[in-house]
Design a protein around this ligand. Structure first.
Ligand SMILES: Nc1ncnc2c1ncn2[C@@H]1O[C@H](COP(=O)(O)OP(=O)(O)O)[C@@H](O)[C@H]1O
Ligand SMILES: [Mg+2]
Length: 349
């Protein structure tokens, strides 16, 4: 069974500042992810603000082009959709859900207009009557009645209702992938789980994959089949959600997991890892070294490479890299870490 999504060493750089003295930043830096296609999946992309999640989402949605690397959806490279007449074909396969439902809909248009237009424009319905059947159906799938939304404007709905309508709209072409960038960030905390639970239900009902981008860890770990953690543009850990939960293998993921228990927890608020003073960042070495509680000298000078811990679990951290010095075991507070047993070489003791 071929993968539903292959992200092949994708990078996207932005130029900051002036023409000549500007700096380049890699918003997405050599990211490689493969999402299996045997059954529909929910992959969460987690990471703090600025880690490159939205840029990666935009690359998958073809709203941005990669600086290097390729993205292949269901066996078809995204570049195949570049021709004008292929744009509709792409929208039938991949649909977005954005963070702010109030800006996804124009204030001057009734929301049902959007649904009817999508059904007609993407050739799902040939006439108004067919469109009505489709619209009624997708609304029911997200727990709404057509009669309830008919003729109403966006400001007559709550954020949660509007986001449900966004999801209903995304379902209309029966896409293979829905990319949702922080879809519950602006929703009342008490309603977030309801929306995210919808993804789980719709995944099987519509046979659709979800990429769920969030910094709300509690929802991510609950809903995901796969979890990708990003840090400063790098994919630093990827794997089956269960493996990530039971065996977080990057120090950053480990710290994030430590911060989960409270519902609705957010990075920005609580998980800034205040215990670990952020050291001045150097150009060389691991990007996380300055904040890593396990960092050794080598972490500030040697760049880690991605290691597969098993077929579906990979991590970008020097403690899993095989390098010559040999006397660099990392001591973990988590006793289930395999390398803790081998502390005979530990520097820190
Ligand atoms: N259009 C752009 N021009 C310049 N820099 C950008 C642009 N878009 C994103 N960036 C930068 O790329 C990095 C990643 O941003 P983003 O993908 O929005 O991260 P996230 O969604 O995880 O918060 C940030 O440093 C951001 O400032
Ligand atoms: Mg973002």
């Amino acid at each position: 069974m071929r993968p539903i999504l292959q992200i092949n060493d994708v990078s996207r750089t932005f130029k900051l500042g002036g023409m000549f003295f500007g700096k380049k930043i890699a918003a997405v830096d050599q990211v490689a992810i493969e999402l299996p296609g045997d059954k529909p999946q929910i992959m969460s992309i987690v990471g703090e603000s600025g880690s490159g999640k939205t840029t990666l989402a935009k690359l998958i949605l073809r709203l941005l082009d990669p600086s290097s690397g390729t993205i292949v959806l269901d066996g078809v490279p995204l570049s195949a959709y570049n021709k004008r007449d292929k744009r509709k074909e792409f929208l039938k396969k991949v649909q977005p859900i954005f963070q702010n439902p109030f800006t996804s809909f124009s204030a001057r248009k009734t929301v049902d207009t959007y649904l009817f237009e999508t059904a007609m424009n993407l050739d799902v319905a040939a006439n108004k009557k067919e469109a009505l059947a489709v619209v009624t159906d997708v609304l029911k799938s997200v727990g709404l009645e057509y009669a309830h939304i008919k003729g109403k404007y966006p400001n007559q709905f709550s954020g949660g209702e509007l986001q449900r309508i966004s999801i209903a709209r995304a379902l209309i072409p029966k896409p293979s992938l829905i990319v949702a960038d922080e879809p519950v960030a602006m929703i009342d905390a008490s309603l977030r789980m309801n929306i995210v639970n919808l993804f789980k239900k719709l995944k099987d009902e519509y046979n659709v994959n979800f990429i769920y981008i969030t910094h709300d860890l509690s929802t991510a770990y609950y809903v995901s089949d796969y979890i990708a953690t990003m840090y400063k543009g790098n994919l630093i850990e990827f794997g089956h959600a269960r493996n990530i939960l039971n065996n977080p293998s990057h120090p950053y993921t480990e710290l994030l997991l430590d911060s989960i228990p409270r519902v609705g927890k957010k990075w920005a608020e609580d998980a800034l890892l205040a215990d670990f003073e952020s050291k001045q960042e150097s150009e060389a070495g691991c990007k996380f070294a300055g904040r890593c509680p396990y960092a050794k000298d080598v972490c500030h000078s040697v760049e880690p490479y991605m290691v597969h811990l098993d077929t579906e679990h990979k991590v970008l951290c020097l403690k899993h890299n095989d390098y010559k010095t040999g006397n660099l075991a990392f001591v973990h507070k988590n006793s289930n870490h395999s390398d803790k047993k081998d502390n005979s070489h530990s520097i820190s003791g």
